[in-house]
Design a protein around this ligand. Structure first.
Ligand code: C2E
Ligand code: CA
Ligand code: CA
Length: 502
């Protein structure tokens, strides 16, 4: 700046101005220079203030202001984004369970230390491009700026929980075991403004905490003012009678021989106006009411009846059904007995998939039901393993036969040595406990090969086959069927060749 002013003054001399005039020009030039420097300084300070305005001083994460600004920007682009109305930016809201206790018993400094560690883990676990913010207290938000489906956002939520669950926290030399709950709201279904998304994610988070579900997406019925709950529930009740519910079946194969081991039954609702709904869109609602019992009965009866029909047609295999945590009560025994009796079906060829959290929560009765089922010969599978908090002690106590490695660890498998180490140690753990280990979410041949080499017993995922109708399952997987290369599933598919041809 000074050099520029000197140079300008020199050029004024060259122009042949009188010394007085030169002095005036020089003074003017210096004044302008000072002004410019001042402006630069002011702008820097303004930027610093701006960034301070958008930063949480304790953790260095963004704050509510930043979240609102970025949120509004990505949501403004929404009309171009939501081609199918199901993709949009997503908001994950998270708060820590029992944070108040830490503050009360260990003091605020310990509380702050914990928040800083949580912030760092969340920041590391959040996907690229996401905005991680602390909204206040122990409340954090992750804004997914690239469009996602609700199911994908839920998966991101599970990843965040897994990151918080991996390794403890310590504050003030005390080891803390911190759990958390995540509410998910994805635009445009769960809102078109950041305010709406925040409100809805908050409702979902509250519900996740109440039901100890870990991660829950917002559904219209969670809104207290909504009558949607009742409408959806009565529609679901009718759907069962009117044949709007169906099961799709997804193949599970032996990792080495690639022979069929089982089909997992996955529930769908062909809604008259909303189209084909996946479980995440209606199951959480049913699970909060008594409707979940007749629904489970319908699923188990239908799946076993289907397996018996396949057998008559020459396809003899095992069928797996998913069992909600809330039906792990004595009534389930009656449902299973009825299904086995009706289909004259051997219990060893029925697998019940229960999630880790289901057996981890209040234990008592649920554990007893699982034990009884195991004694009757039914196979028990621990679903989504690694995503929740089963204690190893519980696993040993249970009559469990299989572990299904949670999809997140399988998807990340080829990501790097750490990711592979996680998958490898889950497989190893399962084997040491004498269990069969199944990997779900296998989306590529490379992942399938790697899992086999790591000793994984069975594989399931889009690469093996998409969830498909019962008829297509029979056609594709009957002994001797020539499984053609290309889209193996009934759902839209971009899968590579079926492993049977590879
Ligand atoms: P899950 O038991 O973990 O089932 C696997 C889910 O992953 C299915 O989603 C399946 O379509 C999807 N999937 C399979 N392979 C791949 C893959 O390679 N990549 C990816 N990205 N996804 C894959 P779906 O059918 O939407 O089911 C979601 C969840 O809903 C299930 O998760 C299960 O927990 C629950 N569910 C499904 N059917 C029933 C049911 O009849 N009763 C109960 N209680 N829960 C059910
Ligand atoms: Ca399952
Ligand atoms: Ca699973």
């Amino acid at each position: 700046m000074v050099e520029t002013s000197a140079a300008l003054a020199a050029s004024a001399a060259e122009l042949g101005l009188s010394p007085g005039e030169q002095l005036l020009v020089a003074a003017g030039v210096v004044a302008v220079a000072v002004l410019v420097s001042l402006l630069v300084l002011l702008r820097r300070q303004h930027r610093r203030q701006n960034s301070l305005l958008r930063t949480d001083p304790l953790t260095g994460l963004g704050n509510r202001v930043l979240l609102a600004e970025v949120g509004e920007r990505v949501l403004a682009a929404l009309p171009e984004l939501d081609g199918d109305g199901r993709h949009g930016p997503g908001l994950l809201l998270l708060d820590l369970d029992g944070f108040k206790d830490v503050n009360d018993t260990l003091g605020h400094a310990a509380g702050d230390a914990l928040l800083v560690q949580v912030a760092r883990r969340l920041d590391d676990a959040a996907p690229a491009g996401a905005v991680v913010a602390r909204l206040g207290g122990d409340e954090f938000a992750v804004l997914l700026t690239t469009p996602v489906t609700t199911a994908q956002a839920v998966l991101h939520g599970k990843r965040l929980l897994a990151a918080l669950g991996a390794g403890g926290f310590s504050a003030d030399g005390v080891d803390l075991d911190i759990t958390s709950s995540v509410g998910v709201a994805v635009a445009p279904t769960a809102g078109r403004t950041i305010g709406e998304l925040l409100r809805h994610a908050d409702l979902a988070m509250y519900e996740a905490k109440r039901s100890r579900a870990g991660v829950l997406p917002y559904t219209a019925d969670l809104a207290p003012e909504s009558s949607d709950a009742l409408t959806t529930l009565s529609a679901l009740r009718q759907a069962m009678d009117q044949g709007e519910l169906t099961l799709l079946y997804q193949p599970v194969v032996d990792a080495r021989t690639r022979q069929l081991c089982a089909f997992e039954a996955l529930l769908r609702w062909q809604h008259p106006t909303r189209g084909l709904l996946t479980p995440v869109e209606f199951l959480p609602l049913a699970e909060r009411t008594t409707l979940v019992s007749p629904l489970t009965r319908w699923v188990v009866l239908t799946a076993v009846r289907q397996a018996a029909a396949w057998r008559r047609a020459g396809l003899d295999t095992t069928v797996a059904v998913n069992i909600s945590a809330s039906v792990l009560e004595p009534g389930l025994l009656g449902i299973v007995d009825e299904a086995l009796a009706r289909g004259s079906w051997p219990p060893e060829q029925l697998v019940l998939e229960i999630t880790e959290t289901a057996v981890a929560s209040d234990a008592g009765e649920a554990l007893e039901v699982v034990r009884t089922l195991g004694e009757r010969g039914v196979r028990i599978s621990v679903d989504d393993f690694g995503a929740g908090y089963t204690s190893l002690g519980q696993l040993r106590e249970l009559t469990v036969h299989q572990l299904k490695v949670d999809r997140q660890f399988v998807t990340d498998l080829l990501g790097g040595p750490e990711d592979e180490a996680i998958a490898a140690s889950i497989i190893d753990l399962g084997h040491r406990l004498g269990l069969r280990v199944i990997a779900e979410g296998v989306e590529s041949g490379a992942a399938a090969d790697r899992l086999r080499d790591l000793g994984c017993d069975e594989l399931q995922g889009y690469w093996v086959g998409r969830p498909m109708s019962a008829d297509l399952a029979l056609e594709r997987w009957q002994p001797g069927a020539a499984r053609a290369a290309g889209a193996p599933g009934a759902e839209v598919s971009a899968s590579p060749t079926s492993p049977a041809t590879g």
